[in-house]
Design a protein around this ligand. Structure first.
Ligand SMILES: [Zn+2]
Length: 181
């Protein structure tokens, strides 16, 4: 873990900073040969108030970044014979293309297992169906359409939302299959 990651993503860093700030006046009192209690008393209250505000803000920032970090590294994957689109799903205000892997010309005709469901990622704009881009604004993401003015603020990555949308798509397909013929 590099230093930037430690500062922005680990709860240990604000705790560490808080401990250091508490220890510093004590070290100073030893070096300056003063009574540590009088050194602590001489620090104005506003300093402690500001310190607590900074630490709380820091901890909240880490909590938000942790929430935003889920699925922030996209895993690209493209099947040999491409995709077969089977439908569209509107979820989290955007359009998800539901699809399965094209088995290709050499597929086993006796394979009766159900094909796995995949969702296209990135999802598409609900207005013009252009694929969206994701912009990291540190405290939130913006899902942005470059073709029209669609914008959506969220703490969720495409990946996290895709996984949820996939559960819904799977259930939708099950319900179609369960319907009496
Ligand atoms: Zn659009």
């Amino acid at each position: 873990m590099n230093i930037l990651k430690f500062i922005t993503e680990s709860y240990r860093s604000p705790v560490f900073a808080g401990i250091v700030v508490l220890i510093l006046p004590y070290i100073y009192s030893i070096l300056a040969k003063k009574d540590w209690y009088s050194v602590f008393i001489s620090i104005p209250t506003i300093f402690w108030v500001v310190l607590i505000i900074i630490l709380v803000f820091w901890i909240i920032s880490i909590a938000i970044r942790k929430k935003m970090s889920y699925g922030s590294v996209p895993i690209g994957f493209k099947p040999t014979y491409g995709w077969i689109d089977i439908g569209k799903l509107l979820y989290h205000d955007v359009i998800w293309k539901v699809r399965t892997i094209n088995p290709g010309p050499f597929s086993n005709p006796f394979d009766t297992s159900k094909p796995s469901i995949y969702l296209e990622n990135p999802p598409r704009c609900p207005n013009c169906e252009t694929q969206l881009e994701i912009v990291d604004n540190y405290y939130w993401y913006v899902w942005n359409c470059v073709r029209c003015d669609f914008k959506k603020r969220t703490w969720d990555t495409f990946k996290k939302t895709e996984e949820r949308a996939k559960l819904i798509a799977k259930r939708d397909i099950e319900m179609i299959e369960e319907e009496p013929q």
